[in-house]
Design a protein around this ligand. Structure first.
Ligand SMILES: Cc1cc2nc3c(=O)[nH]c(=O)nc-3n(C[C@H](O)[C@H](O)[C@H](O)COP(=O)(O)O)c2cc1C
Length: 164
């Protein structure tokens, strides 16, 4: 039987270009937490649902798997440094990044392409990740294009067709 090598599978999954988000929540003690995620997907318009997949390897996995609310910040082109902070930096990530806080205490990253504040709709453990489905309570959007990711690199897309 052909065995699936997780490292090779990761590379194959990575050939699918995505956007880049920072998912944020608040621990029970009030500490804000966040991680970079490209597993974001829109799910439904009515009701308004989206999903993201937190990995069980995350230091704050329990917070994301059990949270009542979370936010998804779609990073804008040029926010590669913010993506790196929320993927790698081990200190206070929020001290490095301009952000506001919504009425649920969720950090929202300034100048993101879009921000979605969500109530957890369902959290489903799935393999080595969870599927965290959120109902959108509020959102904002700018005209900035989102940052891309593919083949293990950040992509700053050049639109092929001028705005009509
Ligand atoms: C472009 C990119 C996309 C990522 N997507 C995800 C994801 O969808 N889910 C996830 O759990 N981790 C994802 N990661 C990894 C986490 O961002 C990283 O493991 C996390 O920030 C580590 O946080 P920690 O130090 O608190 O454990 C991604 C990393 C990068 C650079």
């Amino acid at each position: 039987m052909h065995t699936i090598d997780p490292k090779e599978l990761r590379v194959a999954f990575g050939s699918y270009p995505t956007g880049v988000t920072v998912v944020t929540a608040r621990r029970a003690d009030g500490t804000p937490v966040g991680f970079t995620a490209n597993s974001f997907s829109s799910v439904s318009l009515d009701p308004p649902l989206l999903l993201v997949c937190p990995g069980k390897f995350l230091s704050n996995y329990a917070t994301f798997a059990d949270c009542t609310h979370f936010a998804v910040n779609v990073l804008a082109q040029g926010q590669d440094d913010i993506a790196d902070i929320f993927a790698r930096y081990k200190g206070d990530r929020f001290a490095q990044v301009d952000h506001t806080v919504d009425k649920h205490g969720l950090p929202l990253i300034e100048n993101a392409a879009a921000q979605f504040s969500c109530q957890t709709h369902q959290s489903i453990p799935m393999g080595d990740h969870s599927i965290l489905i959120g109902q959108v309570l509020a959102f904002s959007q700018s005209d900035t294009l989102g940052l891309g990711y593919g083949g293990g690199r950040y992509l700053n897309f050049a639109p092929q067709i001028a705005a009509q």
